[in-house]
Design a protein around this ligand. Structure first.
Ligand code: HEM
Length: 517
């Protein structure tokens, strides 16, 4: 979220001041009919309410406010009421107990101009749930995860072979992780490598990295826009004037996304016309439903567009970030890295790579990954939800249409739940710890890495598998140090501005091969 008051105010100009006064009067009217018996919250300003309180790291700002006003707090974003919850009990109430009511979405410029028929942005309709089921069935069931093991193994092994591992070259780690994750997802979604040159004999590795990078630039732009807090979503006149140029940026983005999807649909239609037998992918499943006149849902190319982007964005962005954080934590703490590597050497040995079947036997690795899911929770504020009808929450009256922000990041770092929460300590998930049975799949509200309930992540099982196998293989295959003799503890662990928890500076490292294969 990048909405700082100083970003908006200079854009007003003189005419804007008059408009603001008129608006202020209108909004004062609105505020005078402010609902009663709301949860506590700070005093807001006219027109913008509390928007000025959100800076570069909004999850941190909300955490500080919650420390003063409690785990159920109300704020005003423009004229829209927002409910901020930051305790496991309040999260459970929103996501589970009253989950059917709190499952709609706010209307945003992004939802309106970019994704009209997908899983993440529409309200919780039968059509949306149908699409979510398709995504889950195609990518994240136990069966699909088993069937796709060879895809992961091939893509991992391809990248591991080409990563510089001479003990002196500085390796931009994320660039390589991106190639692995993007091609794994692309093969699962579209049954083909994203990168046309990947894996080909004599392929130009630079071209391959660049090809995937170009695609990632587009994915990152989509993600940045989806998490951007547009003043127009809260203050109608801003939407009309588009003072930050956000809506025209979205229209431009839409065109670039359409080019990508239209090519995919054309390729699929040609393949279907050719009469050859081929393995069906997610796009074919949707094309089948589009052609089926008896289908319950009126599936169109817009749905293909939505689902393919949901899968690429949801499937790659957070997975890449989590792996980068996991490697960073291990590099920063060599003793911890040795523990992970010793376990890998004992369970797997040094003459083969890790396989899916090894993961259940790698207890320390699992605890380490869980600790990354906690301390480096990538979506510290879950995607905003809206309640369909007015309701009661812990004795407060919550009007219909309230925006609800579940602060999963605050909960995951709450000192009343977690001992020394800012310390990276996998042992908190091992035998003898009170958190030994805490899982991330959405049943434990103190650890909501993937959300929970109706709007929870449909790719959880696939994500967990990918993060374990990729992180394990990278740590098993190489010894890792920092460039220029930088001491491990000096690795910069700060996170980038915005609503996503991501490294501010990409991880660079020196790799040395450690296996005999
Ligand atoms: C480490 C990797 C991942 C993390 C940490 C993650 C986390 C999340 C979170 C926190 C949400 C929002 C939940 C909420 O607001 O209640 C979400 C939603 C979503 N995720 Fe993931 N995710 C990951 C991987 C994936 C994968 C692999 C896919 C698909 C291939 C995926 C697809 C989606 C979709 C489509 C939604 C929207 C769900 C809805 O609105 O109903 N994610 N994810």
């Amino acid at each position: 979220m990048t909405m700082n008051l100083p970003n908006i105010v200079p854009s007003f100009g003189a005419g804007g001041v008059v408009a603001a006064v008129v608006l202020g009067i209108l909004l004062l009217k609105l505020f005078s009919s402010k609902p009663k018996n709301l949860p506590p919250g700070p005093r807001g300003l006219p027109i913008i309410g509390h928007l000025h309180l959100l800076g570069k790291h909004p999850h941190e700002d909300l955490a500080k406010l919650s420390a003063t006003y409690g785990p159920v707090m109300s704020l005003w974003f423009g004229h829209k009421l927002a409910l901020v919850v930051s305790s496991p009990a309040a999260a459970e109430e929103i996501l589970k107990t009253q989950g059917h009511n709190f499952s709609s979405r706010i209307r945003t410029s992004f939802g309106e101009l970019i994704v009209t028929n997908d899983i993440a942005f529409p309200d919780d309709t039968a059509e949306r749930r149908h699409l979510k089921k398709i995504l889950h069935t195609q990518l994240s069931t136990t069966k699909q995860i088993q069937l796709s093991e060879n895809v992961r193994a091939e893509e991992i092994s391809h990248v591991i072979r080409v990563m510089p591992q001479d003990g002196k070259t500085v390796v931009p780690v994320k660039t390589y992780v991106e190639v692995m994750v993007t091609n794994i997802l692309s093969r699962m979604i579209l049954k083909k490598r994203f990168s046309a040159v990947a894996g080909k004999a004599g392929a130009d590795q630079g071209a391959e990295l660049q090809e995937v990078r170009n695609f990632r630039v587009l994915v990152e732009e989509i993600t940045a826009c989806s998490f951007h807090l547009d003043p127009g979503d809260f203050i109608p006149i801003f939407k009309l004037l588009d003072i930050q140029g956000f809506r025209s940026r979205l229209r431009n983005l839409r065109k670039r996304m359409d080019v990508f999807i239209n090519n995919i649909i054309s390729e699929h239609l040609e393949q279907r016309k050719s009469g050859q037998t081929y393995e069906k992918d997610m796009v074919d499943v949707l094309l089948d439903q589009m052609e089926d006149e008896t289908s319950r849902f009126d599936i169109s190319e817009k749905h293909i567009n939505g689902l393919v982007w949901n899968s690429f964005i949801g499937g790659t962005e957070a997975t890449i970030d989590v792996i980068e954080w996991a490697l960073s934590e291990c590099i920063r703490n060599p003793k911890l890295m040795i523990k992970v590597q010793d376990e890998l050497d004992t369970v797997v040995g040094k003459s083969r790579r890790v396989e899916d079947a090894d993961i259940p036997n790698l207890k320390y690795l699992q605890a380490m990954v869980k600790e990354v899911f906690r301390l480096h929770l990538t979506t510290p504020i879950l995607l905003p939800k809206v309640n369909k009808t007015a309701c009661k929450l812990f004795g407060y009256d919550i009007p219909a249409g309230t925006t609800v922000l579940v602060c999963a990041g605050t909960i995951a770092r709450d000192p009343s739940i977690w001992d020394n929460p800012l310390e990276f300590r996998p042992e908190r998930f091992l035998d003898g710890s009170p958190h030994v049975n805490t899982e991330v799949q959405g049943n434990h509200f103190e650890l909501l890495t993937f959300g929970s309930g109706r709007r929870g992540c449909p790719g959880t099982a696939l994500a967990i598998t990918m993060v374990h196998i990729l992180t394990a293989t990278l740590l098993h295959s190489f010894d890792w140090t920092l460039p220029n003799g930088t001491p491990p503890m000096d690795l910069d662990m700060s996170d980038a501005p915005g609503r996503v928890h991501r490294r501010a500076k990409p991880l660079n490292a020196i790799l040395k091969a450690r296996l005999s294969i």
